[in-house]
Design a binder for this molecule. Structure first.
Ligand code: ZN
Length: 72
């Protein structure tokens, strides 16, 4: 689990400068940006908020995201 207060403050590093929307917490394994579609994996309860990570999954529908996210 990722703490609720952390989920509320996390933002997509790409969109944070233009919008202020919380990320969708998906299956306790992903954080999804509703604005650009980037998806950030949560590994061992740590959200990986890297643009490169988000880019990898931008075109993958959320239903097809691997749960849990792949290890490095
Ligand atoms: Zn975004």
């Amino acid at each position: 689990m990722v703490a609720q207060d952390l989920l509320e403050i996390l933002r997509c590093p790409v969109c944070v400068h233009t919008v202020d929307h919380p990320l969708e917490y998906y299956r306790e394994s992903w954080l999804i940006c509703q604005d650009c579609g980037r998806k950030y994996p949560i590994k061992e309860d740590i959200p990986i908020m890297l643009i490169d990570e988000g880019d990898k999954w931008i075109n993958v529908p959320k239903e097809q995201l691997p749960v849990p996210p792949p290890a490095e």
